[in-house]
Ligand binder design. Structure first.
Ligand code: FAD
Length: 318
């Protein structure tokens, strides 16, 4: 089933989850154990992130830095297929522009189509400091909008090379939105204009970057509606669970941590930080559900215990 149909047919609040593949060579059981823990909460769908190679620097004994391409976290498609077949839950594999050629993406989409996976999240990706060399006979998607166009074309039976009687795919396409604007965008208006292009290219829904102050989300939705973006906008939430998050989340994801949350976390003993983050996420989620959001999407990496405490609370409230 497509995410867009799940949202349309929902009779109560939906809570979805986003997990990451284990490190290269890690066990699938680790992922399936996380999903097992979420099963009592009937996940409507689960996203699985995708990861391109990154450039790392190894310090040599003489002090010089040796660059090394770090391949990491493969398995997005396999994990999606395993979750779907084991638990019957719809999955949303993430697909990236950066680090993948359009030809590789086409192959991945064919793979997904044959597996009966009907949803994809189309993203540009970052792949810090590393651009995979592209062979002369291969092409790349520069921005997420280009990837959305490629998927929309395949949904119309248009593959990269003209093919007779090509079978059209039928993907529901999600894209990313940034309530506090994407870090490279000069302003929110500019960013929303590019978001609108992704929707015009065929995206069916938007999932947002995490935010810790709901006002960012409400203002963002208002601005999107003003420019004619009409697709569902699913708020993404993350539970802050360590003091390290106070610096890590703003620097990596370019999101603001409100003063009230930051000062409470700073004053707390490290072992009490998860309680603070869970209480904050509960309040955020409650307010969003009261405002009638289509679904709440939790970024959980490979841990279900914190989010279970939030979702169990929301279930009692409902
Ligand atoms: P785009 O929509 O392409 O936008 C990137 C920037 O370019 C924006 O500033 C935009 O305004 C600008 N822009 C867009 N089009 C144009 C144009 N034609 N000309 C000039 N500027 C333009 N990363 C991963 O590596 N793996 C994941 O699985 C993953 N999952 C994510 C899930 C969600 C819900 C979110 C919010 C982010 C995720 N990311 C993931 C991070 C994402 O890849 C980065 O934020 C990336 O920097 C931008 O991706 P995008 O798809 O939003 O890019």
């Amino acid at each position: 089933m497509k995410v867009i149909e799940i949202l349309d047919q929902a009779t109560g609040p939906l809570i979805s989850y986003e997990i990451i593949p284990p490190r290269r060579g890690g066990s699938l059981d680790e992922v399936l154990a996380v999903v097992e823990e979420l099963m009592p909460f009937d996940p409507p769908f689960i996203d699985v992130t995708s990861h391109a190679a990154e450039l790392e620097y190894e310090q040599l004994p003489d002090g010089t830095l040796k660059p090394r391409v770090k391949r990491k976290r493969p398995g997005t498609i396999g994990i999606c297929a395993a979750i779907k077949s084991r638990f019957g839950i719809e999955t949303v594999p993430h697909l990236l522009c950066r680090g993948f050629t359009r030809e590789e993406t086409e192959d991945a989409l064919i793979e997904l189509h044959y597996l009966g996976i009907q949803n994809v999240m189309a993203l540009r990706g970052d792949a810090p400091n590393y651009r995979k060399p592209i062979p002369p006979d291969r092409t790349v998607n520069e921005y997420a909008v280009d990837l959305v166009r490629q998927i929309t074309n395949m949904n119309r039976g248009i593959y990269l090379e003209p093919l007779e009687d090509a079978v059209p795919t039928d993907f529901c396409i999600g894209v990313a939105g940034y309530p506090e604007k994407h870090c490279e965008a000069p302003n929110l208006t500019w960013d929303i204009m590019h978001l609108k292009r992704k929707v015009e290219a065929g995206a069916h829904y938007i999932t947002t970057q995490m935010f810790f102050d709901n006002r960012h989300y409400f203002r963002f939705v208002e601005r999107c509606r003003e420019v004619g973006i009409e697709v569902p906008i699913i708020p993404g939430l993350k539970i802050l669970t360590s003091k390290r998050h106070l610096q890590l989340l703003p620097s990596r994801f370019h999101v603001e941590i409100p003063e009230a949350l930051a000062s409470e976390v700073e004053a707390a003993r490290p072992e009490h930080v998860p309680e603070i983050g869970i209480a904050w996420a509960r309040r955020q989620a409650e307010e969003l559900l009261e405002a009638g959001v289509p679904c709440i999407h939790f970024y959980i990496m490979l841990r279900a215990d914190y989010v279970r405490q939030v979702v169990a609370y929301l279930r009692k409230m409902a």
